[in-house]
Design a protein around this ligand. Sequence first.
Ligand code: NAD
Length: 253
Amino acid sequence: MGLLENKVAIITGSGSGIGKEVALTYAKEGAKVVIADFNEEALQVTVGEFREAGYTAHGVKVNVVNEEDVKNMFAEAISVFGQVDILVNNAGIGDNMQAAANVQDETWNRVMDINVTGVMRCIRQALPHFEQIGGGIIVNMASLSGVAGGRGGFTYTAAKHAVVGMTKNVASHYGEMNIRANAIAPGNVETGFSAKMTNIDQFGMKQALRGVSYMTKSGKPSDIANIALFLASEQSSLMNGTVLVADGGWSAY
Ligand SMILES: NC(=O)c1ccc[n+]([C@@H]2O[C@H](COP(=O)([O-])OP(=O)(O)OC[C@H]3O[C@@H](n4cnc5c(N)ncnc54)[C@H](O)[C@@H]3O)[C@@H](O)[C@H]2O)c1
């Protein structure tokens, strides 16, 4: 019997990187997973791989910024699998390490849209459904930049602090309805995330990396997926509104 036997989980941004590994880990533990991503090719490949391996997976193309997409993602998940028990808000992008004086409006708006508004939209859709079915679990992918000040660009840091705030607010307001919301704050994880950054702000980068030698090691997506499994399972049943830092000691110094 897996830790998530017959649970239904939506994982945003699960066409690649950490989200894909979270989905795989959940599927191995018996969950039916909804692979939700705006990269249609990545999501189709992922769904194909999962089905081939014998897991139950359904793909939905969604841009978490778009309200209609998010509504459709939930409607489709409920129509295919009956209900949704777990929401992992993982979709996110970087801000090219732009320091405060160098923030471009376009970057600010896009990062805030995806990393903050997108999380809000998914939470807003999930809560009434969770209330209706008697409970639910939210796992938010924050970042070390959501709890520390100097490890990322200005916008990304602000956005991930917002994710931590949303996590605690939901835990506090909805805990009595058997709804849990917790967050993960990874340090550096080996995915395609950094490679997607372009035109990197050299000053922002230099400042953000000042303490990087205190990070004993980078993480693998599976390191984060194991934490996401713990937070989605009954093993963490008393935890609500927490942020688990997984940064190889980067912030411990
Ligand atoms: N990799 C790291 O070092 C690291 C560290 C801390 C936090 N994080 C966070 O972890 C999460 C996942 O990052 P990753 O490293 O796997 O990145 P990634 O770029 O490898 O994967 C992100 C996935 O999200 C999807 N996505 C992006 N915007 C989307 C949108 N608007 N709608 C739907 N899907 C969208 C992408 O298509 C991609 O498949 C992000 O929230 C990121 O901020 C990553």
